[in-house]
Every structure is written in structure tokens, then in C-alpha cells.
Design a protein around this ligand. Structure first.
Ligand code: SIN
Ligand code: CO
Length: 381
């Protein structure tokens, strides 16, 4: 039975996940840092890595923020205390991060966002705040004192710097110091504040929770990518009556509502699927010879694997099978559902499982396309 410190995973999911914060002691008894503070600082100098340096000056109570890429000179002018460096999406750059993320595989991969790593000097932290997503904070090097309030409690926002959204002090229900290997779970909209007791590293495993707003945005993107000429235009109803006034016609609301109701289930599910599988960074496209080799495989043995970095989920909607991978949706006939489900759940299938599918040129082309993108790995035996 898989455990999370003092709890079984089942107990945690039933009593804490998205309900209340909890300190999980010694989830990783021999936890080793994935990188050193110097390596983390090195990453913050790279232009394609998202990083932030947050400093607090106690003498004038001022907060400072520098966003990456940072310059080497900034590090030579930093004080001993009260600053923290945060680097986003470490899992994109560090394969070792996957082992840590795998520990949380009782939550589906498509819910996961990224791994953020921070280094904080004594007294350093980002200040009290709330996040809109679930997070597991794994303690590496050093120790950190965490104060956590109750979820959804009323908070007072404050902006000590235009780009730093904090909150005023809150009443904590947890006030504990985390040591190496301990984990703090925090549900969405829960005030928290972590201050380094001694120089420390924190690994944040965050999860995705799309808002309505984000879904509308994606939906709109999808709709606007269609040609406008196919979009129904407003037509006058009873012009003899309607044209006698400058007011908007009384039937207009029905027409507007009908335009929203015309958004199909498929369009909605596709917007959601694309959104939650959207990668943080675009991967380099692969060369296209592997897709061609797959098309010509004949009877020779092979396996297909989902790229471990790929974000994947799937669903069935109105008799179609939707595979969502890295922000794209691929439609298949439901007759391929068992095989594609197996590929997504087990991340691997053997060529012999595909025997009956290889005659369907459309199916083969879709898979070859995903192989060319590097999202499905094709291994010839
Ligand atoms: C951190 O400073 O590593 C965690 C930041 C947070 O509380 O979200
Ligand atoms: Co936070």
C-alpha cells in the first residue's frame, strides 16, 4: 500500500486532498536534492528558463523582484539573508525530477502542472499569499517554517511590489518547521507563508485547475481559427415592426443565447483537453523519418510508447474517441478506443496489439504524425 508519510494515499485523498492542508512527515526519508543551489542559480541565467529573485529589505520593509534571465552580477551583490530564488518547470530540464513527480502518480498526470524549485536564504520567502492550485511542497536542504491558514478564509490582499501579490497576516492553523524529506500539502485558496530557518531548498509539485475563464479563452481561440464566413450573421425578424424604433429588437436575446447554445459538446471537451495538456514549453520537432518507418513496418515487431514528457489524457464524446496530447486533440473512431486507452494508461503497447488497426490508413497516418512530433516513441525490435 502506497503511503504519504503517516497516511495511506487513500486516507490522504479522502480526508485532505482539496479540503485541508497537512504536514506529511518523512514522505522521503532519504531525500536527496535534485540539484545544488549553485546549479539552480546557473539555470536562472538561461534565457529560456522562467525564474524570479525575491528580496526583502528589513531595514526599510521593502520587497524587490527581479525576473529572469538574471545576470551573474546580481548574485555578487546579494546580502546573506532574506532573499529567495524560484525557478519554474525544472522537470523540463532535469530528467531526475520525474522520479520525484512519479511519487505523486496517484493523481492523473494531466492534473499536474510543473515542478518549481526554490532556494531561500535565512529569513527568505515570497511572503504570505494564496495560490489557486493544489501543491505539495517537498523540503530538501535546510529547514523552513511554514504557517498555513484555513482554506477559503477571508484574506486582505496587498501589493508590496506591483508584481508581488501578497496578503496581510492571517491566523495559522499550521505552524511547523519542515525538515529534509517532509512534505506540506496545501489546497487551493489557502493562505500560506514559508520562511527559511536556515538556507533551504523547496520543491513545489503544483497541479492544474483550469478556470471557466481559461476554458472560454481556449474555446474562443478554437472558434476564431475557423473561417468567419461560416459564422451565422444576425438577420432582421419582422422588419416592418422592428424598424419603427431605434431600440434593439425583442428577439435578440434568443438569437444571442442560440449562438452560445450552438457550441457543441465536442468543442467544449476539446477546449478543456487541449488546455490541460498544453506543455509549458514547445519541444523541438523531430525529424519525420520515423513516422515513415512506422507506415512501412509491415509484419515486423515494434512497440509504441508515450513520450514520458508528454501530457496526455483522453475521453469519449458523442461516439468519437478524443486523444489529447501536448495541447492538441486527435480524433479517432471509437473502435480504436481499447487500444488507445491501453497506450495512455500503460504508456506502452506492442505491435501485435495493433494488428487489426494497421490496415486503416487514417489511423496509421495519425499515429505516424504523433511519432514525427516525438510525442509517441516508435521502437522497432
Ligand atoms: C517556495 O517559496 O518555494 C514556495 C512558494 C509558495 O509558497 O508557493
Ligand atoms: Co504558494
Amino acid at each position: 500500500m502506497k503511503t504519504l508519510g503517516q497516511f495511506s494515499v487513500e486516507h490522504f485523498l479522502e480526508h485532505y486532498w482539496q479540503q485541508k492542508p497537512v504536514v506529511l512527515r518523512q514522505v522521503f526519508p532519504r531525500f536527496e536534492d535534485l540539484l545544488t543551489p549553485e546549479e539552480l542559480a546557473g539555470m536562472s541565467l538561461e534565457s529560456d528558463v522562467e525564474s524570479r529573485l525575491i528580496q526583502y529589505q528589513s531595514e526599510n520593509s521593502q520587497w524587490h523582484l527581479n525576473t529572469g534571465p538574471l545576470s551573474e552580477s546580481i548574485y555578487s551583490s546579494l546580502p546573506e539573508n532574506h532573499w529567495t530564488l524560484l525557478v519554474q518547470t525544472i522537470d523540463e530540464w532535469l530528467p531526475e525530477a520525474h522520479e520525484l513527480l512519479e511519487h505523486f502518480n496517484f493523481i492523473p498526470n494531466w492534473r499536474r502542472d510543473d515542478l518549481m524549485v526554490s532556494y531561500a536564504t535565512p529569513g527568505g520567502g515570497v511572503g504570505p499569499h494564496v495560490d489557486q492550485y493544489d501543491v505539495f511542497l517537498v523540503q530538501g536542504l535546510g529547514s523552513r517554517r511554514w504557517k498555513v491558514g484555513s482554506p477559503n478564509q477571508k484574506v486582505t490582499p496587498s501589493f508590496p511590489h506591483p508584481q508581488l501579490k501578497q496578503i496581510a497576516d492571517f491566523d495559522p492553523i499550521i505552524d511547523e518547521t519542515l525538515e529534509r524529506g517532509d512534505v506540506l500539502y496545501i489546497p487551493p485558496n489557502t493562505p500560506h507563508d514559508g520562511v527559511a530557518v536556515e538556507a533551504c531548498m523547496t520543491y513545489s509539485v503544483g497541479f492544474r485547475a483550469p478556470s471557466h475563464h481559461m476554458i472560454y479563452e481556449q474555446l474562443l481561440d478554437d472558434i476564431l481559427s475557423e473561417e468567419e464566413f461560416s459564422s451565422p450573421r444576425f438577420k432582421d425578424v419582422s422588419p416592418n415592426r422592428a424598424f419603427k424604433t431605434q431600440a434593439l429588437p425583442s428577439q435578440l436575446m434568443d438569437w444571442l443565447r442560440a449562438s452560445l447554445a450552438s457550441i457543441s459538446d465536442e468543442a467544449l471537451i476539446q477546449a478543456f483537453g487541449k488546455l490541460v495538456t498544453e506543455p509549458r514549453y514547445e519541444n523541438e520537432p523531430f525529424e519525420d523519418s520515423l513516422g515513415r518507418a512506422f507506415k512501412n513496418i509491415g509484419n515486423r515487431p515494434f512497440t509504441l510508447q508515450i513520450d514520458p514528457q508528454a501530457r496526455v489524457t483522453y475521453t469519449e464524446c458523442n461516439q468519437q474517441f478524443f486523444l489529447f496530447i501536448n495541447g492538441e486533440s486527435v480524433l479517432f473512431s471509437t473502435r480504436y478506443q481499447p487500444i488507445l486507452k491501453k497506450l495512455c494508461e500503460y504508456e506502452q503497447i506492442h505491435g501485435k496489439d495493433l494488428n487489426n488497426c494497421l490496415q486503416d490508413i487514417e489511423f496509421v497516418n495519425e499515429i505516424a504524425n504523433l511519432i514525427d512530433k516525438g510525442w509517441i516513441i516508435f521502437i522497432q525490435m
